[in-house]
Design a protein around this ligand. Structure first.
Ligand SMILES: *Cc1c(COP(=O)(O)O)cnc(C)c1O
Length: 492
């Protein structure tokens, strides 16, 4: 028998139960057009408490960074400080509208302007847009800017984007969406961009190179300056994928290195929520020569300060702008959260973030490299990639990942990057202490023992979660997105 708390809201529904009482309308009633009305709307009828329990129960099925350790490589699942939520909810921020006259939202504009200035200083770029809604969206914005720059110089023939095989998958995807041809550049034995292959691919049809550095192996390219030089020499631009800025904050500024355009992921590096808690935010910084191509509008000073009067902040349109890439001004609530995070840390705190992120990753790497093979085994940055295989056992990375859930850990990223077989991509983040890192390493070492002694334990994992091992093919091919439909409707 299903217990009462396990019943769906449809099973709990009972005619006449209500959760809300609407007030009488304070506007005249009108007759609605017949063709817009339906005779029946089969929604469950429940009291407020039933609905709250239903969603609370569902929320407990989820794993969250507030609930446990989440070393999901590439995603930077660091803890999101709760003060960010307080500031984002301040009525002056939360209850403003993007179409209000600028005189009435000077506080919001000062915050956006200041965040632009801070991100410029952190990254070494000359100008910044806050519009893009995510990392991949920032990439598309950046690629369109690179293309617009070449076109403005009469170089429309530049249609090829070079993308190393250690890049994030969104890099070739963004170039493809922008209509470019993608040329893959292999990695060398140490996980760097292969310089000979890069040289061979560089010619006058190249838009540029999209460089993820540190790359998806968690490695800093040892010849990064050479890579940038080779691409610049053939007239190409360098796109820097800044999703891994967590490893570089306060230590290296990509703009100083010669990178021309780069996106940030505020929802990774600067602790704004992501996953189910999104939305994201992917500001893009550019060098001086690309500033005129940024999306419009940019927050700027529209009237300089005069005696006793502060400057007036408003919107500025870059002269050769690629246009708008997002409604209004981006995800403003996320900008408030990232602003708060940077303000709370200050310059030294930001540097510490990078130092601890790299230290934590190298600590875990040192504890695990004897149990799991690390194909590119050198000092890593904020993450590393191991092989999810155990000598003398037939377990796969997927089995190891699923078994970790029985130890109350979120699995690392699986099967990415593609250049490592059975990849387990581990990103500890700086917000975890040594006890947590040790518990995680202990679990992975114990799982390697289990893989030899009792492999079926891994093949059938997870055993402790509300749902067991899923049929992945079925889940992908026969996705049921609206399991909440009442029976009479789902039969139709
Ligand atoms: C996460 C990530 C992206 C994509 O960012 P989204 O915000 O998920 O679109 C791009 N590159 C790298 C290296 C990343 O880790």
């Amino acid at each position: 028998m299903t217990s009462i708390v396990e019943k769906t809201i449809f099973e709990l529904s009972s005619p006449g139960r209500t959760g809300v009482a609407f007030p009488d309308p304070d506007v005249p009633r009108v007759k609605l057009p017949e063709n817009l009305l339906r005779s029946d709307l089969p929604l469950p009828e429940l009291a407020e408490v039933d609905v709250v329990r239903h969603y609370m129960r569902l929320s407990k099925f989820n794993y969250s960074v507030d609930g446990g350790y989440y070393p999901l490589g590439s995603c930077t699942m660091k803890y999101n400080p709760k003060i960010n939520e307080d500031t984002a909810r301040l009525p002056g921020f939360a209850f403003t509208h993007p179409l209000q006259p600028i005189e009435t939202v000077q506080g919001n504009l000062v915050l956006m302007y200041t965040l632009q200035e801070w991100l410029k200083e952190i990254s070494g770029f000359a100008a910044m847009t806050l519009q893009p809604a995510a990392g991949a969206h920032g990439e598309l914005t950046g690629v369109l800017i690179m293309r617009a720059y070449h076109k403005s110089r009469g170089e429309a023939k530049r249609i090829k984007m070079l993308v190393p095989d250690s890049a994030h998958g969104t890099n070739p995807a963004s170039s493809g969406v922008a209509g470019l041809e993608i040329v893959q550049i292999p990695s060398d034995a140490r996980g760097n961009v292969d310089l000979a292959a890069l040289k061979a691919a560089c010619d006058e049809t190249v838009v540029g190179l999209m460089l993820t550095n540190p790359n998806t192996l968690g490695l800093f390219d040892e010849h990064v300056e050479k890579v940038i030089q080779i691409v610049h020499e053939c007239g190409g631009l360098i796109y820097g994928d800044g999703a891994n800025m967590n490893a570089l904050l306060g230590i290296l500024r990509p703009g100083d290195l010669g990178i021309d355009v780069m996106h940030f992921n505020l929802h990774k590096t600067f602790s704004t929520p992501h996953g189910g808690g999104g939305p994201g935010s992917g500001p893009v910084g550019v060098t001086e020569k690309l500033a005129e191509f940024l999306p419009s509008p940019i927050v700027g000073i529209v009237e300089e300060a005069t005696d006793g009067e502060p400057p007036l902040f408003g919107f500025i349109e870059p002269k050769q702008t690629i246009g708008r890439v997002k409604a209004f001004h981006g995800h403003f609530g996320m900008l408030v959260r990232a602003f708060t995070y940077i303000a709370m840390h200050g310059p030294d705190g930001l540097r510490q973030i990078a130092e601890y992120a790299v230290l934590n990753a190298n600590y875990l790497l040192a504890r695990l490299r004897h149990t799991y093979r690390v194909p590119f085994d050198r000092i890593c940055m904020h993450e590393f990639v191991a092989e999810g295989k155990v000598e003398g056992s037939d377990v796969r990375a997927l089995d190891i990942a699923k078994r970790l859930m029985d130890y109350d850990f979120h699995p690392p990223t699986n099967y990415f990057p593609l250049i490592v077989h059975e990849a387990l991509m581990i990103e500890p983040t700086e917000t975890e202490n040594k006890d947590t890192l040790d518990a995680f390493a202990d679990a992975l070492i114990k799982i390697a023992d289990e893989a030899k002694a009792a492999p079926e334990l891994l093949h059938e994992a997870p055993h402790k979660t509300p749902f067991g091992r899923m049929d992945e093919v079925k889940a992908a091919r026969e996705l049921v997105l609206c399991c909440w439909l009442p029976e009479e409707v789902s039969k139709q």
